[in-house]
Design a protein around this ligand. Structure first.
Ligand code: ZN
Length: 369
């Protein structure tokens, strides 16, 4: 955590919000190892390593595995701690506090909805109480960031902004460390790439990791045997008996995959999360929002309203087009499903959509930095 004065290159307390927004984006300064940064990184490393060692010892794994687990936990925890805090501060510095606040409220609402879904669906017993507390803690953290963002005044904004910046850093530190803890405990990432995936998940993938964490919690704390995580060391944690949105459909968010019906398709979504970072969840959701009304109208004409919505928002969604193509299961414009775009149109729109979303992010960064 770096002083706002340092980020602004001078005393910040008397600055207006607009001045902070303009002058204080010296992101390079965030890399300075301050006492707080170092303490949070060490704490994260120790926390993850201790939890991994406890689990390995309880499982009566050999000394070698316990030591390797400790080492992996230290590395993953430290990387997640450092990059998570960094990401939280960058988000708070680059986005307008009101916009960021609204976004955090939407994520908090999703956490509550997934909590309710998992409560209804879950096969676990009393452990569900832990799930509810974890989901509420996650939602609560996001609401606190939102509230502090909304509380930043237009004039003499420095002190309030510093609190908001700190809160955002701490909340994303927590979510990154929680994500790293799950992959370290359940051997989610292959040893050859874990050192790279952990910091990506914590920073570039920070928004996707919020959704991933909601799914991890929904699988771990609401179902028998912790949702039956399979310890396969790929680039995700897969639960055999966890949460899903719809019966028979696998559900993946961030690096958390629930189900085994279409693993290749779901694994593609995890790669999309790592490669496209914030572009993936935001442009996926934007596509869905854009196509709901056309889906209702087209569905009413040629199918049913429900199927029209699913075809337009889901099957034609660029990220789904890609995932179905990778898995070799794409079902375009068949007679029974006239609303699903044919291959050529689907790909043209997919490439255009992702190109526009990427250009949007690049343009935003160019304007802000
Ligand atoms: Zn999919």
């Amino acid at each position: 955590m770096v002083d706002l004065d340092v980020l602004c290159g001078g005393p910040a307390a008397a600055l207006t919000l607009a001045q902070i927004h303009r002058r204080c984006t010296n992101l390079g300064a965030l890399w300075t190892p301050t006492d707080a940064n170092v303490a949070l990184t060490v704490l994260a490393a120790v926390l993850v390593a201790v939890c991994v060692v406890i689990r390995r010892v309880r499982n009566e794994e050999g000394v070698g595995w316990v030591l390797l687990g400790a080492l992996e936990g230290l590395v993953y925890g430290a990387l997640a701690g450092w990059f998570g805090a960094l990401a939280g501060q960058i988000l708070a510095l680059l986005l307008h506090p009101a916009f960021y606040g609204v976004m955090m409220l939407v994520f908090a609402l999703l956490a509550v909805l997934i909590m309710v879904g998992a409560l209804v669906q879950g096969s676990g017993g009393g452990i569900k109480a832990v799930g509810v507390l974890s989901h509420l803690a996650l939602a609560g953290g996001l609401v606190i960031v939102a509230a502090l963002g909304f509380a930043v005044p237009q004039r003499r904004a420095g002190n309030s902004f510093e609190t908001y910046l700190l809160a955002s850093g701490v909340v994303f530190w927590l979510t990154a460390v929680a994500g790293a803890l799950v992959v370290a405990l359940y051997r989610g990432y292959h040893g050859a790439v874990g050192w790279l995936l952990v910091p990506i998940n914590a920073s570039w993938g920070a928004l996707g990791n919020l959704l991933g964490l909601m799914n991890h919690l929904a699988c771990l704390f609401y179902f028998k045997d912790w949702g039956q995580p399979a310890e396969h060391r790929r680039w995700y944690v897969r639960y055999d008996g966890g949460f899903h949105l719809k019966q028979g459909f696998d559900f993946t968010e961030g690096d958390a995959m629930s189900g085994n019906a279409v693993e290749t398709h779901e694994a593609t979504h995890v790669l999309q999360h790592f490669i496209a970072g914030p572009i993936y969840p935001l442009s996926h959701a934007a596509w869905m929002a854009l196509w709901v009304v056309p889906g209702v109208i087209l569905g009413a004409i040629c199918r049913t309203v429900g199927k029209g919505i699913v075809d337009m928002t889901y099957y034609n969604n660029p990220w789904e087009v890609m995932a179905y193509a990778v898995a070799g299961t794409r079902n375009d414009g068949a007679a029974k499903q006239p609303l699903i775009f044919n291959e050529v149109l689907a790909w043209i729109l997919a490439i255009l959509w992702i190109a526009v979303a990427t250009a949007g992010l690049v343009g935003f960064l160019a304007a802000r930095l």
